[in-house]
Design a protein around this ligand. Structure first.
Ligand code: PHE
Length: 339
């Protein structure tokens, strides 16, 4: 019995001595001092000890338990302190270092281009006008010389709210509203959202248009051409040329479609201009006298020009964006490129 106790004591002390982590010390505690640990089990062997020796043996087992426990406690306290210091060291932070800068958002390319367009035209004397996106058929069509059932309605796939209300298909609706309210001289631009039931790589059911309207005495096609030439030079580059081709819109007469020399290849021919050197950017014309009269402006005294283009399309041409959908997906990897 005595020998067994000595062996246990030596083994326990050696294990404590060799332990390097608090986990290992917990193992030692379980192995020797736990409920069915080796020292606790010694008490059971007491049954085999002659009666008269039992008190003495019991005392010796208790001394053994105390001896092992006190060495173990001492080492545990020491190791736990070391571990705590190591943890603090690992987690150390320098609170005097400057914090990381907050990431800033950027303006959406459509916002950037719209601001640029507004700057260009306000510098030419135009001011910004706005109208509702849910618009009456009257302003979107009828006052623009497109009566109900007119075949020109087929040019625009319209979202009808009911027979008399539409999601506006064109910012031209703002033209009629302004002409009804204001006598010439008129010089307004009107950027805003428009809606058409159309959806592919270059069409989105919601997109943005930019309208221009100038009415005064003696306004001619020459004024329109000069205005658009200045616009194209400021938006793209000084060497940009503008070309007018005959076209048709119910609210302008004559009407034109307007091309500019390709800003990518400067007219040499490339993928963007499909090899032609020209890119179509807008529709325009001399305001149809019938529209002036319907909106309360005397067409025998006044004349005007109007133009309208897609802001999205201008952004796609200017920034080389291949698909209109990129403008509406809000993928930050895309949006970050337009600082
Ligand atoms: N509103 C026309 C369209 O959406 C563009 C346009 C505006 C044409 C003004 C002529 C004058 O296609």
């Amino acid at each position: 019995m005595k020998e067994k106790m000595d062996n246990i004591k030596n083994a326990a002390l050696e294990m404590i001595e060799k332990a390097t982590t608090s986990h290992e010390l917990v193992d030692v505690r379980v192995k020797y001092l736990g409920k069915s640990g080796e020292i606790s089990l010694l008490m059971r062997d007491m049954a085999n000890v002659p009666k008269e020796e039992r008190p003495n043996m019991g005392k010796m087992v208790n001394e053994l338990r105390n001896a092992v426990e006190s060495v173990l406690n001492e080492k545990t306290a020491k190791i736990e302190q070391e571990e705590k210091l190591a943890r603090l060291k690992a987690e150390e932070i320098d609170v005097t270092l400057p914090s990381g800068a907050k990431e800033l958002g950027t303006l959406h390319p459509l916002t950037l281009i719209t601001r640029e367009l507004i700057d260009i035209f306000t510098s030419m004397g135009f001011s910004v006008a706005e109208g509702p996106e849910i618009e009456s058929d009257l302003y979107n069509f009828q006052l623009l010389n497109v009566p109900k059932d007119h075949p020109a309605r087929d040019m625009q796939d319209t979202f009808y709210v009911n027979d008399n209300i539409v999601l506006r298909t064109q910012t031209s609706a703002v033209q009629a509203r302004i002409m009804q309210k204001q006598q010439p001289p008129i010089r307004i631009i009107s950027p805003g959202k428009v809606y058409r039931s159309d959806d592919d790589a270059s069409h989105s059911p919601i997109f943005n248009q930019f309208e221009g309207l100038a009415i005064d005495k003696h306004i001619t096609m020459g004024d329109l051409q000069g205005c658009l030439q200045t616009f194209a030079e400021k938006l793209f580059s000084k060497d940009t040329k503008v070309r007018l081709r005959p076209s048709y819109f119910p609210f302008t007469e004559p009407s034109v479609e307007v091309d500019v020399t390709c800003s990518m290849c400067h007219g040499k021919g490339c993928r963007v201009c499909k090899g032609t050197g020209w890119v179509e950017i807008l529709g325009a014309g001399i305001v149809n006298p019938a529209v002036l009269d319907m909106c309360g402006i005397d067409s025998s005294v006044y004349s005007g020009f109007a133009f309208g283009f897609g802001i999205d399309r201008i952004a796609m041409i200017k920034y080389g964006i291949p698909n209109i959908k990129l403008l509406y997906e809000n993928d930050v990897r895309f949006l970050k490129q337009f600082n």
